[in-house]
Design a protein around this ligand. Structure first.
Ligand SMILES: [Zn+2]
Length: 303
């Protein structure tokens, strides 16, 4: 897929399953078929279903093209997933479930679930990245409206942001993380909150770490302050303000776009790769995280 195409070109190019099967196969098995059970590299292809099934010639294990991918268990056609992946990965498009449902022609519930599944693979990938080298850490805030001088309203969520810098002082990787409430005292992030952020996100061998606990522009590392401010504005504009339960997923999505827009590998190549190589979060796990999911009635949504 090509990020320089506009959505209409994407929709015309990726308009059926055949247009997507080979791309997904190449992302999932870049060195050819690899049996998930025994590692054998030859398989029979069974083409009686919507998507091909591969049966290992050695152990006869059957693997679907979408098993162990973000699309596993989904009844939504592959080309709609591809269109959704393009829309999420495109830095110039802010996508939400209402817009995705309209553009890709799925129900709102399906669009909501697709977006959360895509955000989840982004979060999975970010969780194994660590900041290193010259690292800046700033306290920040998510709120509606954005006001770094406040931190007492229930709609305001304390954050810690961190960035790795290159030798020229340019940000090479950024993370913005919610700070659990147990690490907050009135308007302050406690030392335990900073320690937790460093433990989860910063290389322990890094010696060059600058931490600013005050959220105001005058004290903060300004490129990081500006990114956090922009994250606030974009999340509020796109989602009209959100609660705390899914905030981390939106922040990870925002950082993903920043991080891969800076790299050789485009956001679209990277997201497609993550979708083909990482398992899907289950609906149950997603709901466990969020009791405010749309029209939650206890039955499974189908993506
Ligand atoms: Zn096998």
């Amino acid at each position: 897929m090509d990020i320089s195409m506009n959505f209409e070109e994407i929709r015309q190019t990726y308009n059926c399953e055949e247009a997507c099967i080979d791309i997904l196969y190449a992302e999932k098995w870049p060195h050819g078929y690899h049996c998930p059970r025994c590692g054998h590299h030859l398989a029979y292809t069974i083409r009686t279903r919507r998507l091909p099934l591969f049966e290992c010639r050695s152990c006869h294990h059957q693997a679907s093209l979408i098993s162990s991918t973000v699309m596993e268990g989904s009844r939504t056609p592959l080309h709609k997933w591809f269109q959704a992946i393009y829309l999420v990965a495109n830095p110039s498009i802010d996508i939400n479930a209402t817009l995705l449902a309209e553009l890709v022609q799925v129900t709102y519930k399906t669009a909501w679930l697709i977006l959360h599944k895509l955000r989840n693979v982004i979060s999975q990938a970010d969780s194994i990245e660590i900041l290193n080298g010259n690292v800046k850490v700033n306290a920040a805030l998510y709120g509606k409206p954005y006001n770094p001088y406040r931190l007492s309203h229930p709609q305001e969520h304390p954050l810690l942001s961190g960035a790795s810098l290159d030798a020229q002082g340019k940000i090479t990787y950024v993370k913005i993380k919610q700070v659990p409430k147990v690490h907050i005292s009135q308007t302050n992030i406690l030392r335990s909150g900073i320690d937790g952020f460093l433990k989860n996100n910063v290389d322990p061998l890094t010696e060059d770490v600058t931490i600013v606990k005050l959220r105001y522009p005058k004290f903060s590392f300004s490129p990081l302050f500006n990114l956090c401010k922009e994250a606030n504005l974009r999340i509020n504009a796109n989602f009209h303000g959100i609660g705390g339960k899914h905030l981390q997923a939106y922040l990870d999505e925002y950082c993903f776009i920043i991080n891969y827009s800076n790299k050789k590998q485009s956001t679209l190549d990277q997201l497609l790769h993550l979708c083909a190589t990482r398992p899907s979060i289950t609906y149950k796990a997603l709901i466990h995280r969020d009791s405010s999911a749309p029209h939650h009635t206890g039955h499974l949504y189908a993506a």
